[in-house]
Design a protein around this ligand. Sequence first.
Ligand SMILES: Nc1ncnc2c1ncn2[C@@H]1O[C@H](COP(=O)(O)OP(=O)(O)OP(=O)(O)O)[C@@H](O)[C@H]1O
Ligand SMILES: [Mg+2]
Length: 441
Amino acid sequence: MTCGPTRSSTGQRRPSLGDNLIVGLDIGTSKTCAVIGEYNDNGVLEITGVGTAPSTGLRKGVVVNIEATLQSVTKAVEASELMSGREVKECYVGVAGANVEGINSRGVVAVTGKGREICQADVDRVIEAARAIVIPMDREVLHVIPQTFIVDDQKGIRDPLDMIGVRLEAEVHIITGSVTTAQNLVRCVNRAGFKADGLILQSLAASRAVLTSDEKELGCLLVDLGGGTTDVLMFSDGAPYFSASVGAGGAQVTNDLSIILNVPMDAAERIKRESGSCYLPHVEADESIVVPGVGGRPPQEISKARVASVIQPRMEEIFRLVREKVEQPGFWHHIKGGVVLTGGGALMPGAADLAFEVFGVPVRTGAPSSLGGLVDAYRNPAYSTAVGLVLLGAERQGGVPDADPRARASGAKGGSEKSKPQKAKPDAPLRRLGEWLKEFF
Ligand SMILES: Nc1ncnc2c1ncn2[C@@H]1O[C@H](COP(=O)(O)OP(=O)(O)OP(=O)(O)O)[C@@H](O)[C@H]1O
Ligand SMILES: [Mg+2]
């Protein structure tokens, strides 16, 4: 990428700092969000631009209208460009939806190096062996994330490098996605004039932005309450272990309000955001709001408790579905570090209290907060995915020093939550597109 002034979307010429920019693009069912991360003079990554636009071309996280989606992408990126004063050319794009699946796999190789000392080539080979699973033609591997290594019979090894052994095993979490879904997503990004630098699972990105290392080590559940879907990613012993998606989100809550209160969807959405709660014990019995009349009927006054009584059962159902998804394969006991709610739906007052009643483990709301920068807008659960895409993008470019070999091997997870991402060294390996992108574009 060249430096110097370039064309901006508004016709002005803006400086393009090339490798200094890392852009996360979260194309969600409700909104498209672009976040610009930029290295400051001290080499520290800061958020300098956030732009959003309503999404109208997706259903449950999957593109169903290319034209509408590319317009949302254009608007969101333009807004982030305006805020940061930079021109975006490339971005990391989030993928999600019911078509994404996670599988745990295991690989084994013989250590071949001199003196049976495990070297990076052995680690790469064992991860390659673990990812050799049969997947249908219409699916492709998105991430291979090492969970743990076993050297001979010694289990639970994080970093096998330089250890002596004969047999090296790796346990990995493989995330696959639909090829066509990804192609459509990339097509929208390309047609909007941007290059997709990589596709990253949305919940993996959100987890990078909001979970602490302790939570991941203890075992925790990230619940991304989106508009069309609720995506779940479970961590155990510091690495992703299970992922799932529930086909319901905030849009269903709005839909319920619209039907039961007999108001249009946009009015229901406003009522939900301004006066909604999903936990009745927190709602004052005497508080009321005015609901606009439809079809010439006069506006009516209803109590906030009535609004909450519509929202609570739907949110409770979503949490129960999440619990079932994790309990069914017998993984619930892994969640010792609690549940973290994120995504726009986590802004609903009372969400953590209701979730605590359903899950029976500590629950908190997670928003990205660990990055600096003058822009404050990103400290919002609705932007967790986009901020996480920036962080994982920085890691893929070698931008975050990380002692965890599992991150080195996968390029998918990072180091201490508290450490500020530092600028990539010039010789740092630039991790490029996933294999499927190479294959198709
Ligand atoms: N203040 C608020 N209170 C309650 N709900 C809110 C609030 N702000 C946003 N939401 C809800 O959050 C949902 C959107 O969340 P988010 O922006 O994370 O979704 P998305 O990423 O576009 O969708 P998805 O992840 O399903 O593709 C919407 O249903 C919206 O109504
Ligand atoms: Mg989302």
